[in-house]
Design a protein. Structure first.
Length: 202
């Protein structure tokens, strides 16, 4: 593809590195920014720079947060006896949108995937175990809300094995979520029913 400017080409190359965005879409976005008022472009870049500089991860659940401890973990309205274990922040957002869950979360940061070089030590699994161990019996249930894929199931079985010595009930969301799907793309009604219809993990 021929570009009228090296600056445009460099911008397109960077934007096209974002997931789901090819060169043609990147070019449309870049040309749109060129046509827009400069202030809009500066506002966008300032927001992105601020995000990278100031974004934090909750020291308790590892969800994205503006503070040391996220708003969910700080809330007195949440049931801290139930911890919902998810892969990524997008899954927290998806479950929150159902308005069916009132417990708290633990974000693993992915799933075990030997093919991709991701092992248990690369995830926030040890901090989950420590969280349960240090809760002094406050945590009663762990919900494994992982995507129903081979990697998700592998992670679920590993977590169940690590948690078996603790006096907690380990459950998994009902399989209303389609096999091979991702939680963030599941509709809210199906996801909400899966949370309410969770079953004991075995």
């Amino acid at each position: 593809m021929e570009y009228p400017s090296k600056l445009i080409e460099d911008a397109v190359n960077e934007v096209s590195k974002l997931p789901g965005i090819g060169k043609k879409t990147a070019l449309r976005l870049v040309l749109h920014l060129v046509k827009e008022n400069e202030n809009k472009t500066f506002t966008l870049t300032q927001a992105l720079n601020s995000m990278r500089e100031k974004i934090r991860f909750c020291s308790v659940c590892h969800n994205i947060s503006d503070e040391e401890v996220c708003s969910i973990c700080q809330s007195h309205r949440r049931d801290t006896s139930i911890v919902c274990v998810v892969e990524e922040t997008q899954d927290v957002m998806a479950i929150e949108n159902t308005s069916q869950f009132t417990g708290v979360y633990h974000v693993l940061g992915g799933v075990i995937s030997p093919m991709n070089g991701v092992g248990p030590s690369d995830l926030k699994i040890d901090s989950l175990i420590s969280r349960v161990a240090n809760s002094k019996g406050v945590i009663k249930e762990i919900i494994l809300a992982l995507s129903p894929t081979m990697e998700g199931d592998t992670t679920a079985f590993y977590l169940n094995k690590r948690l078996k010595d603790f006096p907690v009930k380990v459950t998994s969301i009902a399989r209303g979520v389609p096999m091979g799907g991702n939680l963030e793309y599941t509709d809210e009604i199906t996801l909400g029913r899966s949370i309410l219809g969770r079953t004991t993990f075995n």
